[in-house]
Design a protein around this ligand. Structure first.
Ligand code: ZN
Length: 428
């Protein structure tokens, strides 16, 4: 085949990991405009001036997908609180931080989101599942090549907040900047912070507008305790926040009751799912085409939860994506670091499975088009280029090496961050 140099840019890498097909040693990825036009081996029949640019000891992966984050915390230099602190104490710290931020300047939220986007791009992320607590700051994001789903967070345990939060949800879904790059979604926050009627209203809206939902669920033992019997540390926390009303949450509930309500929405992301029981895992595997779980490995570790039921969920057929959560519980927004954490905590999980979680599973969880999260001709040219130690003969072992760095990120055919070591051919 020939490479019309004016339109097609072709790159050779020590390894190409298409995700949906086997790794290719000394592979080629060619892109034209915003799409991939070729993924495969070097056929060696090109014109001399159309030769692919050899990037050397690098691997080309699909753009990484961070399926769960809260970019408004991206200005934090370190997580809030301390590792292993009780979750309810951490929530109180987050509430305090938000109040402070609101008091300072609402524009600082937009600046933090912009900072989080820049960090994500530097780290090879080309798609986000973002939870937003204020109107999306288009003025800060429109010039950025990254995209994804912006889930408007809805919070309200008291019946007085149902109407106002429902109004915020409707407002978020109004046409505006939404399109192929950024799509709208809704996020009823968590069972301990959302009135059941507000949840039903939000599910109904999602159904009518055909948008995805994300909800923090089965995150802590304390949440299960609250739902089952109104016991545990959530009760004093909610009382302290002035929102506790024992009549709002019926006793004897569990995450499965929430999954049944959420399942009425067209697409659902269950955030964390740290303490899902076997029947809840089965419920999700029966609906894996439209319900996914987002595992946030370093946040899981920060709170020192019980071992994550990853192997059980994978063998049941649940689709699992990866998220960083925010800088309020994680040191940065690196998906590679999350993948390393999975590899360290779950030695039984194959590396290609971990890579799928960080790419195609995230894209599918968020409802991206079918070719997102994989390298395939006709798919979007979203690429992550990572540097490798010289002479790597194994396509995966380096993925979990602490020294592995993202060198460049390409979003829809444009270099969005980094460089190819002085390669000047790449379109700006
Ligand atoms: Zn979260």
């Amino acid at each position: 085949m020939t490479w019309p140099a004016s339109e097609v840019h072709a790159f050779r890498a020590r390894w190409v990991l298409p995700v949906q097909s086997p790794p290719i040693r000394d592979g080629i990825v060619a892109i034209a405009d915003s799409a991939i036009v070729y993924v495969g081996t070097d056929r060696g029949d090109d014109q001399a001036d159309d030769r692919p640019t050899d990037l050397g000891d690098v691997a080309i992966l699909p753009g990484l997908v961070n399926a769960h984050t809260h970019l408004e915390f991206s200005d934090l230099d370190a997580p809030l609180g301390q590792p292993g602190m009780p979750f309810t104490q951490w929530i109180a710290t987050v509430v305090q931080h938000r109040r402070q931020q609101d008091a300072e300047d609402s524009r600082s939220v937009g600046a933090a989101i912009r900072r989080g986007i820049a960090e994500s791009l530097r780290l090879g992320v080309t798609m986000l599942g973002e939870i937003a607590t204020s109107p999306w700051p288009w003025d800060q994001v429109s010039d950025q090549p990254i995209g994804g789903v912006v889930f408007r967070e809805l919070l309200g345990l008291s019946s007085e907040r149902i109407a106002s939060q429902g109004g915020l949800a409707s407002a978020h879904l109004q046409p505006g900047g939404w399109g192929d790059v950024w799509r709208a979604g809704l996020s009823p926050h968590a069972p301990y912070s959302v009135h059941p009627e507000l949840l039903s209203r939000v599910v109904d809206l999602a159904k009518r507008a055909d948008v995805p939902l994300a909800m923090h669920l089965a995150e802590t033992r304390e949440e299960l305790q609250l739902l089952a019997s109104h016991d545990g540390p959530f009760v004093p926390l909610l009382r302290q926040l002035g929102v506790w009303d024992p009549g709002v949450l019926p006793i004897g509930r569990r995450p499965l009751d929430y999954l049944r309500v959420l399942a009425q929405a067209p697409r659902v992301l269950v955030i964390h799912g740290n303490y899902l029981a076997d029947d809840e895992i089965d419920f999700l595997s029966d609906r894996a085409d439209r319900m996914s779980v987002v595992y946030c490995p370093r946040t899981h570790r920060y709170f020192q939860h019980e071992p994550y039921p990853l192997a059980r969920m994978i063998s049941a057929g649940v689709r699992i994506a990866l998220g960083t959560d925010s800088r309020s519980s994680s040191p940065d927004l690196s998906l590679l670091a999350e993948m390393r954490q999975v590899a360290a905590d779950h030695v039984e999980i194959a590396p290609e499975q971990i890579l799928r979680m960080a790419t195609i599973h995230g894209a599918r969880a968020l409802g991206g088009e079918s070719n997102t999260g994989t390298l395939v001709a006709g798919g979007p040219a979203d690429l992550t280029v990572v540097g490798l130690p010289a002479g790597q003969r194994d396509p995966y072992s380096w993925l979990f090496d602490a020294s592995t760095r993202v060198l460049a990120t390409v979003c829809r055919g444009k270099l969005a961050a980094g460089s190819f070591d002085g390669n000047a051919d790449f379109p700006p």
